[in-house]
Design a protein around this ligand. Structure first.
Ligand SMILES: Cc1cc2nc3c(=O)[nH]c(=O)nc-3n(C[C@H](O)[C@H](O)[C@H](O)COP(=O)(O)OP(=O)(O)OC[C@H]3O[C@@H](n4cnc5c(N)ncnc54)[C@H](O)[C@@H]3O)c2cc1C
Length: 386
């Protein structure tokens, strides 16, 4: 019989960060179980890698205030590159309601300690990205410590250090059931046999609801397809620009390699495990791209290089982190709704803190993230979604 102190289901960036933080806290017998032959084949390897603290709720802002400095110090701390590039996020407002919204959010962000976030005038935006069509731009919001990381590399750094600290990773091993001892979790059933453990953490990304079902608990996480379109090399816009978000329609883009990465969240998308996409989608994105950045009309795109991945959506678009009161020992680290890479460092620390001490200093009120909030109806609301 295999035993572990903690079993972590899913070896993406969230599971890897949890393994890292647990082993840094002194745990040695930590087992990460990943059903794919390689880690990162879930959402982590499909991510746009954006990191930002420009959110609207205290808990999301505080998770970023732990995570972004963590990424800034990652290479030194873990002796492995996270690829953090502090090029900023620039929200471009085209309505006065957008400006009011950004100003209100900034007030909260500053109160919580985000020093460098600031409003920009139309002219400052034009200086920053001269190629934007600016006739309707009223101003915007910019934070220079926001930016991008390399999600795959960050995941690798977390798991490498966790293994050096004593953790074990099983690949090509699928969790097929959750074992219970009365009302407590007892371990997991896997394609490699049973593992007994007093603590089991669900970090299985967009598949998290299926694992929760195996444990007999409800976890409202649904998969939602997101598509990214990388362009061919293009030098008509600087590669030092921030992530730019056109608040008119949600189109956003950032430099990637010698080209750009284009994204737009289709409001007509429906939940499901979907990875295919229609070439019409590329046309919809390119139309929005050329509308905001006229020289993008000349962008070359190879549809074969575009990809689709899954957001793991929760009903209030916040992570679901904590122990299930109805199944002690069973923890959720799920539902990040498109923010799982940027919040992976904070999530790992919070889960490790909860397992070791039952509380955490990363956020003021960790209870707001608890899986039990869906029963009590105490939901959060994050409106700054990309
Ligand atoms: C197109 C796109 C763009 C994105 N952009 C951003 C961004 O800019 N910034 C950001 O922060 N986030 C972004 N995200 C979201 C981010 O990628 C996810 O929130 C994050 O990767 C979640 O990490 P995870 O480890 O929880 O999940 P995953 O990386 O999906 O890992 C879960 C793992 O669990 C494994 N698994 C599932 N079931 C089982 C089982 N039964 N047994 C064993 N293993 C199992 C899977 O194989 C998988 O490897 C984006 C996502 C997509 C799709």
């Amino acid at each position: 019989m295999q035993t572990a102190d903690v079993v972590i289901i899913g070896g993406g960036i969230v599971g890897s960060s949890i393994a890292y933080h647990l082993t840094e806290a002194g745990f040695r017998n930590v087992l990460v179980i990943e059903r794919e032959s390689h880690q990162g084949k879930g959402s982590t390897g499909k991510s746009m890698g954006g990191v930002r603290a420009q959110f609207t709720t205290p808990v999301n802002i505080q998770m970023s205030l732990y995570s972004i400095p963590f990424y800034a110090a990652f290479d030194q701390r873990l002796d492995h590159p996270a690829g953090y590039r502090p090029q900023g996020y620039l929200f471009v407002a085209t309505k006065s309601s957008h400006l009011q919204y950004l100003e209100k959010n900034q007030q909260l962000q500053k109160e919580l300690g985000l020093r460098d976030v600031r409003m920009l005038s139309r002219n400052e935006i034009i200086d920053m990205v001269p190629q934007l069509r600016s006739d309707d731009i009223l101003g915007g919001s910019f934070c220079p410590t926001d930016g991008f990381v390399d999600p795959y590399s960050a995941m690798t750094g977390f798991i490498k250090r966790a293994v050096e600290n004593g953790a074990t990773v099983w690949k090509s091993a699928e969790v097929t059931g959750v074992l219970k001892n009365g009302a407590r979790v007892k371990g997991v059933q896997t394609t490699r046999g049973d593992v007994h453990a007093p603590v089991v953490v669900n970090s299985s990304g967009a598949w998290a609801a299926e694992i929760a079902k195996m444990a007999g608990v409800d976890l409202p996480v649904t998969p939602l397809r997101r598509i990214l379109i990388p362009t061919e090399p293009f030098d008509g816009v600087s590669h030092e620009i921030p992530m730019v978000i056109d608040m008119t329609n949600g189109f956003h883009f950032r430099p990637e390699s010698r080209g750009f990465l284009l994204a737009w969240n289709d409001p007509e998308e429906t939940p499901g495990y979907k990875f295919d996409f229609d070439p019409d989608f590329i046309e919809k994105v390119l139309t929005r791209a050329a509308d905001r950045v006229p020289c993008f009309e000349n962008l070359a795109v190879n549809p074969k290089r575009a990809w689709a991945g899954l957001y793991e959506m929760s009903p209030d678009h916040h992570g679901i982190i904590g122990e299930f009161p109805e199944l002690p020992g069973f923890y959720a680290a799920n539902g990040f709704s498109g923010h799982g890479v940027m919040h992976a460092p904070a999530t790992g620390k919070i889960v490790a803190d909860l397992i070791t001490t039952g509380t955490t200093g990363v956020v003021d009120n960790v209870a707001v993230l608890s899986p039990s909030r869906f029963k009590s109806g105490d939901l959060l609301q994050e409106t700054s979604l990309l």
